[in-house]
Design a protein around this ligand. Structure first.
Ligand SMILES: *Cc1c(COP(=O)(O)O)cnc(C)c1O
Length: 462
């Protein structure tokens, strides 16, 4: 299996190389050259299997000869052993034909654990075999950083730097990143919002001297291995609801477009996915794009669903690549306009292609709160604000297919928003123990590429 860049100008890589590389050297994102197919029989055979089994069968064709079957089986087993629910991604019914897929039973209580726990294991195996040491820098809107810390803390051959937007993550999220004691973990609190953090990260990748000097690797969803891990729960959820004999719709609370793009990959592999509904908060660039074709950045407005406070949605580039008929020159051209002019208009053909796959909607702050309250009253389920954005938008898109809304985080990560909506303060699960009492360790930095690069170089020399 070979991996190519959405912009067409970067070296073609193996799965393992693409995983260790992160951003392509032409600024694009890696994708498999062809998407492996599963037959209806292959898909039918997944129904009722343990999650780990489904994970093996879905991901195996993408990884080529990077790992033996035995090693890959063991890696998957270790990755999900830390989850507290036997189903890993259980379904809960919340309406006549509407289901939540709970993705928050991992160690940091958000869906990011599904991919990060797996790539933590994949990186370890790969780096040990190659005898290499790397520096991982990750930008986070709150949950990626926490999941990365959990996955990479204490590893000998990895230094991890987390760029978090100061004052724009919840207290639980911040503490998950600042309280671990492992010496290889560095939380950097950036004076800026998530888009600033992600821009800094991309600038580091595009500075080849720095990139090669520190052996930079990335675990944001620009890394295809992360997207791949997220393809699995589309299969587990859909087959539990009758796929491949039934078509299933999904609604996905969306920021950087990684999670919903995984649904697109599942669909391309042959899973009967009907509509993929993009649910955004008031930072609704993707909803506006689907409605009008104009992909134009506005400012980022903080919300009660902070993990989706994003305007530059990296993985949308992958969606565009397919919408533009795999024309990497066209993608490179639009991405250039996005960075120099703040936006572009999606071509008519590409917009039609996007609308064949995706629908969209957004939720205001008041609608998000009202949805948390209404879901609690009618079903007893306590939604996190991101999942509530999803449920609100899903309710507007219910049809004859079963609808699955991805519940992306545990409500206890956002206790203030949940308490405001329901009057109940969700308790922190035991596994997070004394999070509120532990001392924090964080370095405040300006939104200044050179200064952050110097700090990273200095820290990894010790
Ligand atoms: C990261 C995150 C999202 C957005 O996911 P993307 O893959 O960036 O679109 C939604 N909800 C929560 C809780 C998250 O942590």
């Amino acid at each position: 299996m070979r991996y190519i860049s959405t912009r067409g100008q970067a070296p073609v890589l193996s799965f393992e190389e693409a995983m260790l590389t992160g951003l392509a050297r032409d600024g694009g994102l890696y994708l498999p050259e062809t998407i492996p197919q599963m037959t209806l029989d292959d898909i039918a055979a997944l129904a009722g299997r343990p999650y780990e089994d489904i994970a093996f069968r879905v991901m195996r064709p993408f990884i080529g000869d990077a790992f033996t079957d035995a090693d890959f089986t063991e890696i998957i087993a270790k990755a999900y052993a830390t989850f507290t629910h036997a189903a890993r991604a259980p379904l809960v019914q919340i309406g006549a034909n509407h289901f939540l897929c709970e993705l928050f039973h991992g160690p940091t209580l958000a869906f990011k654990d599904f991919a990060m726990q797996l790539i933590g294991q994949l990186f370890q195996a790969s780096l040990a075999r190659r005898g290499e040491t790397i520096t991982i820098v990750t930008a986070t809107s709150g949950d990626t950083g926490a999941a990365a810390v959990e996955a990479f803390a204490g590893l000998d051959n990895v230094a991890l730097f987390v760029l978090l937007p100061r004052g724009r993550v919840s207290e639980v999220q911040r503490r998950q990143m600042t309280t671990p004691t492992a010496a290889n973990v560095h939380a950097l609190s950036v004076d800026g919002h998530f888009d600033d953090c992600q821009a800094l990260l991309k600038d580091m990748f595009n500075d080849f001297g720095f990139r090669d000097g520190v052996r930079l690797a990335g675990v944001n969803s620009i890394n295809f291995a992360r997207v791949l891990a997220q393809v699995v729960y589309y299969f587990s959820a859909a087959t539990a609801l009758g796929a491949p004999h039934r078509t299933v719709d999904f609604t996905v609370p969306t920021g950087n477009f990684g999670d919903i793009f995984a649904g697109y990959v599942a669909r391309r592999m042959g899973l009967p996915v009907g509509r993929l509904v993009i649910a955004t908060n008031q930072n609704d660039i993707l909803h506006r794009t689907l409605q009008t074709g104009a992909h134009v950045k506005h400012g980022v407005t903080p919300s009660i669903s902070p993990s989706m406070d994003i305007q530059v949605s990296s993985n949308f580039e992958r969606a565009l690549y397919y919408a533009y008929g795999e024309d990497s020159a066209a993608v490179a051209h639009e991405m250039q306009a996005l960075s120099t002019e703040g936006g572009f208009t999606v071509s008519q053909g590409a917009l039609e292609a996007l609308r064949e796959t995706y629908a969209s909607g957004s939720a205001s702050e008041a609608e998000t709160s009202a949805t948390i309250a209404a879901a609690h009253r009618s079903t007893g389920e306590i939604l996190c604000p991101h999942s509530a954005v999803g449920v609100k938008v899903a309710d507007e898109h219910l049809g004859s297919n079963p609808m699955v809304t991805l519940a992306t985080a545990h409500p206890a990560k956002f206790p203030d928003a949940v308490e405001d909506a329901t009057g109940l303060r969700p308790p922190l699960p035991n596994r997070l123990g004394n999070l509120y009492e532990r001392p924090e360790r964080v370095t405040e930095v300006a939104n200044d590429l050179g200064a952050i690069q110097d700090l990273i170089r200095e820290r990894i020399e010790h």
